[in-house]
Write a protein that binds this ligand. Structure first.
Ligand SMILES: Cc1cc2nc3c(=O)[nH]c(=O)nc-3n(C[C@H](O)[C@H](O)[C@H](O)COP(=O)(O)OP(=O)(O)OC[C@H]3O[C@@H](n4cnc5c(N)ncnc54)[C@H](O)[C@@H]3O)c2cc1C
Length: 325
């Protein structure tokens, strides 16, 4: 279902992730004239997650709009989640324009002018449910532009019998290191910290620590990648620069919210280390009247503060506030 630019809207929701969809459902329930605009496919971030990933949440905690989420195991996988959110979009007949990137949000004379790559819209309210998965933390080192360097991981097969460097020590780096090693890659982890992070899932941490201790996975702690070339990389270690042979680099160094886009829309930020956006914690409204934040984007650089489970409620909070105005 696709919406055109002709009608002024009550609400535009930017981003069709789980939380953008939840906002759409609440808007529909409240009888608002709304449109969700998404630059990629439905739940684009989830679509790009590793193929074999399993959610850490049990399925009922990922439910939105009262649609039951049935999964084979208590914790669903990516395929089940994609199926589920497609079902949600269909069963609620949500108004979503897919593959339409929003390029600008401007408030003019009390209304938001929303410009996209395909069209333009006017709306009384806007929700930014933008997620954080589009902009990786770059390594900013020579060779990062080589095609063998990747910031997103999908599956282990391409790395079979390859010399692989995995950068990072959080959940995604550890998952990637273990999965690729188990599928025949020769894995070296390059880790800035002195150890695997405590935030790594408690059932996975001993696995990686034991693989490192037994020498199956090599790890350079207190170290960072300094340069990448076609067939080797330089690692700065406490003992000096070490150069090793290398075929691929997977930089699992995390992602950040689209701060520039948020700023141009009028969002302001605290001066804390997380660059946390300013918003009212009851209404989710920013300092711009009618401009709201929802989902993971609310945490700024603390991208593990808000996730699907604990930010589903943002939808109801926002729509109640819009209706009360
Ligand atoms: C490997 C992994 C496992 C996870 N497991 C869990 C779990 O078990 N439980 C849990 O609760 N959370 C989990 N999370 C976190 C969870 O997936 C995110 O918190 C969740 O996706 C946030 O939903 P969201 O709707 O806020 O953002 P997103 O899902 O990121 O959606 C944002 C959407 O906005 C779109 N967008 C961005 N900019 C624009 C623009 N300018 N124009 C149009 N569209 C735009 C994006 O394309 C995207 O589709 C996991 C995350 C990862 C990486």
């Amino acid at each position: 279902m696709s919406e055109t630019a002709d009608t002024p809207l009550d609400l535009i929701i930017i981003g069709a992730g789980p939380i953008g969809l939840a906002c759409g459902i609440e808007a529909k329930k409240a009888g608002l004239n709304y449109l969700i605009i998404e630059k990629g496919c439905l739940v684009h971030s989830l679509f790009r997650y590793p193929l074999n990933m399993t959610f850490f949440s049990t399925s009922e905690r990922l439910e939105i709009g009262g649609v039951p989420f049935i999964s084979h195991q208590p914790k669903p996988d990516r395929f089940e989640a994609l199926e589920y959110y497609r079902r949600v979009a269909d069963s609620w007949q949500l108004n979503i324009n897919l593959y339409e990137e929003v390029t600008e949000v401007k408030k003019i004379d009390g209304y938001f002018s929303v410009t996209t790559a395909k069209s333009g819209y006017t709306s009384s309210n806007v929700i930014l449910s933008l997620g954080f998965y589009d902009e990786p933390w770059w390594l900013n080192i020579p060779g990062e532009e080589l095609p063998k360097v990747r910031h997103y991981y999908t599956e282990p097969h391409p790395y079979f019998r390859q010399k692989l460097v995995v950068v990072g020590a959080a959940n995604s780096a550890v998952d990637v290191a273990l999965e690729t090693w188990r599928k025949g890659a020769e894995v070296t982890m390059v880790i800035r910290e002195p150890g695997i992070r405590d935030s790594v899932k408690y059932w996975v941490k001993p696995d990686i620590e034991n693989r490192i201790a037994e020498g199956s996975v090599t790890a350079y702690f207190n170290s960072s990648l300094k340069a990448i070339r076609e067939t080797e990389v330089d690692i700065e270690t406490p003992d000096g620069i070490v150069t090793i042979k290398n075929d691929f680099v997977l930089a699992m160094t995390g992602y950040q919210p689209p701060f520039r886009f948020m700023k141009q829309a009028g969002v302001t930020f605290q001066t804390d280390q997380y660059h946390t956006p300013v918003y009212n914690e009851t209404s989710m409204e920013t300092e711009v009247k009618g401009l709201y934040l929802a989902g993971v984007v609310c945490g700024g650089l603390k991208t593990n503060k808000w996730f699907i489970e604990n930010s589903r409620d943002h939808a109801g909070m926002i729509i109640r506030h819009i209706k009360s105005n």
